[in-house]
Design a protein around this ligand. Structure first.
Ligand code: 13P
Length: 253
């Protein structure tokens, strides 16, 4: 058994108004009352953050943002800083999601600044990495993961590496219903762990690495049963409180 506590994080993406978010958290909290030995986070749109921080206070549910700028303040119209997130009471932030990389030009270079900036602001970063279908077909998965992990962690000091959570999300499995097989997930997550080990062996043992991409209640237990898979980053299935709670329950087994 690994000493790493599993983390199940729900990434709502651009879903839920504040009223919908309130209904969700009121439904979710009782479903998690008997859950033990697993950390739970919901990664919500900026406009839901304050309400979710207030409603989740004192519960086991942590509230994360889905993006941030690396600077504490400045002339960056439309951006939100790490300091602003921690001021609202947010506990973490998703960084480098493939949708941000593909649709909004998020680069490894920016992530090299964002990941340490999150840590410095007291936020827990979830750094997302993963290959396209074409890259997998061309045996390019390891090269892609190596670059994303190396760049994203480049400016994180060795002694803080284990505070970063990494989410392996193969792009071909996101929102497609085509979940990676348990073997594919384990192989890629173990490879990511070895990459962290190239930096620091102790950090590799402590760092949490999640799988993401079409995780559902039906496939969660098998994925989460893999030796190196320390949890899940859940998109669509996290939008329904019951569904999400079932995935959390699968992590406790
Ligand atoms: P789905 O679970 O909807 O495939 O999304 C995965 C994801 O992108 C989580 O960040």
């Amino acid at each position: 058994m690994s000493a790493r506590t599993p983390l199940i994080a729900g990434n709502w993406k651009m879903y839920k108004t504040e009223a919908q978010a309130e209904d969700y958290i009121q439904a979710l909290l009782p479903l998690l009352s008997s859950v033990d030995g697993v950390e739970v986070a919901i990664c919500v749109p900026f406009t839901d953050l304050r309400a979710m921080v207030d409603s989740a206070r004192g519960s086991r549910v942590e509230v994360y943002a889905q993006n941030m700028h690396q600077e504490p303040e400045g002339a960056f119209t439309g951006e939100v800083s790490p300091v602003m997130l921690s001021d609202v009471g947010v506990q973490g932030v998703v960084l480098g999601h493939s949708e941000r990389r593909a649709c909004f030009g998020e680069t490894d270079k920016a992530l090299a600044l964002k990941v340490p900036a999150a840590l410095e602001a007291g936020l827990r970063p979830i750094l997302c990495v993963g290959e396209t279908e074409e890259e997998r077909d061309n045996d390019d998965t390891e090269r892609k993961l190596r670059q994303q992990v190396r760049d994203g962690l480049a400016r994180v000091p060795d002694e803080r590496l284990a505070e970063v959570t990494i989410a392996y999300e193969p792009i071909w499995a996101i929102g497609t219903g085509r979940v990676a097989s348990a073997e594919q997930a384990q192989e890629a997550v173990a490879f990511v762990r070895a990459l962290v080990g190239d930096r620091d062996q102790r950090a590799a043992e402590g760092v949490r690495i999640l799988y993401g991409g079409s995780v559902k209640p039906e496939n969660a237990a098998e994925l989460l049963g893999q030796a190196d898979v320390d949890g899940a980053l859940v998109g669509g299935a996290s939008l329904d409180a019951e569904c999400f709670a079932q995935i959390v329950a699968a992590a406790t087994r």
